[in-house]
Design a protein around this ligand. Structure first.
Ligand SMILES: Cc1cc2nc3c(=O)[nH]c(=O)nc-3n(C[C@H](O)[C@H](O)[C@H](O)COP(=O)(O)O)c2cc1C
Length: 386
């Protein structure tokens, strides 16, 4: 028996039916039709080993383009190693794999909070075997995670692991106040990255968000990378369990059906056509214009450790947002590291007074909206490595 099958079988009395049926979300008619076949996320309670419970909650974390570039080596029932998956990178939109490593940080924080639900403290050691550069991606762990029984209190953010979502819909209601931002910061706690909050004079930021998105869409290679991660109907979303899609972009109802249809299952010519790009830009503009606040995470340096820790910071803030009934939508195009983006990136850095080696790690728009489409995660055993 292969090691990962053994881990699953030894660690949990789990059958295909219990695994998929205990935790299903039905957010739309299409969802509910499929929910009998495939749960969107694993149910931590079907596992008996604490490390598997922590992972099952950890994979609710956000990741760039929903890539879920995570590999887990289970050492025993309380110890694991986390790697990025070198086969799931975003070479065009994320050449240094900075965002991929932020996604690893997002997993760490979510898993650490998840372990608390079951009374475990987590000890995280970053880069336990060293980490020099690209050759180490997927070969050396980004972190070891060790659980220890005995935690009596839970971080209040733990409750929001499953309800945290990216929300790309139009936002409504009031501008986010400084008081709300302060509450969010207090709930998030200590942060490695520094935060900037903007709730007035949005116009220059809106222009740069839009320009960044336009450049990403009109640059063939980055737009093609997105096409490859796009899932064009519910069946594909359920089968692949990753990526982004029209409902995830905030479309709903008839608009979602029409938009999905117009993409003709990812037909290359249609995807890259002026018509498709301009329709998507129109939707983007509406979202941007409805922004009720902007938050920026930046670090003093731009090393692997800054990326991982910023991911952790971002997750804590995202969970705090849910507690307050708020949502975030990242607009990171402008901070991505490829040459077509350099000019607008300099403009954004100047606007925010960021100077190298400082680096903006994440920039989001904030607001209130209805609950969006709930995204899938891959089948649990696809993350496990021997
Ligand atoms: C490091 C990082 C960068 C991201 N950048 C963007 C972005 O630029 N635009 C966007 O719409 N979503 C962005 N996201 C959100 C992901 O697409 C989202 O987390 C993923 O699709 C899973 O959906 P969920 O957050 O609703 O669970 C980013 C997430 C992470 C962790």
């Amino acid at each position: 028996m292969k090691r990962k099958e053994f881990i699953l079988k030894a660690g949990a009395i789990i059958t295909a039916t219990t695994f998929v049926s205990k935790f299903s979300f039905a957010n739309s008619i299409e969802d509910s039709k499929l929910s009998n076949k495939r749960a969107k996320r694993p149910n931590p309670d079907v596992f008996s080993q604490p490390i598997l419970k922590a992972i099952a909650l950890g994979i609710n974390a956000p990741s760039p383009h929903n890539t879920q570039s995570w590999k887990f080596k289970i050492i025993d029932s309380v110890n694991m190693l986390l790697y990025v998956d070198e086969n799931i990178l975003l070479p065009e939109t994320d050449p240094p794999s900075r965002q991929i490593h932020m996604g690893a940080g997002c997993f760490i924080e979510t898993a650490v909070l998840g372990a608390q639900r079951y009374g475990y403290d987590a000890d995280v050691v970053y880069f336990p075997e060293g980490y020099q550069g690209k050759v180490d991606f997927g070969q050396k762990p980004v972190a070891s995670i060790s659980l220890k029984k005995g935690r009596e209190t839970k971080d209040p953010l733990e409750k929001y692991i499953e309800s945290r979502q990216t929300n790309r819909r139009k936002y409504r209601g009031d501008i986010i106040t400084h008081e709300e931002f302060d509450t969010l910061k207090t709930l998030s706690g200590a942060s490695h990255s520094k935060l900037k909050f903007i709730n007035t004079n949005f116009e220059p930021y809106f222009n740069l968000f839009y320009k960044g998105f336009e450049i990403e869409s009109k640059t063939f290679n980055t737009n093609e990378e997105t096409r490859n991660l796009f899932r064009f109907n519910e069946q594909q979303r359920a089968e692949k369990g990753d990526g982004i899609s029209i409902p995830q972009m905030g479309y709903k109802g008839l608009m979602a059906i029409l938009a999905e249809k117009s993409l003709a299952m990812g037909d290359k010519e249609k995807w890259h056509s002026e018509k498709s790009i301009s329709l998507s830009l129109k939707n983007v503009q509406k979202g941007i214009d409805s922004t009720k606040g902007i938050v920026v995470w930046y670090t003093e340096n731009n090393e692997f450790i800054d990326w991982i820790k910023s991911g952790r910071d971002f997750v804590r803030f995202s969970l705090a947002l849910i507690k307050l009934g708020l949502y975030a939508h990242p607009y990171n195009q402008v901070i991505q590291e490829y040459k077509e983006m350099e000019a607008v990136q300099s403009e954004m850095n100047a606007l925010l007074e960021i100077e190298a080696p400082q680096k903006i790690q994440m920039i989001v728009r904030l607001g209130r909206s209805s609950k969006p489409y709930y995204s899938y995660r891959r089948e649990f055993n696809t993350y496990l490595v021997d």
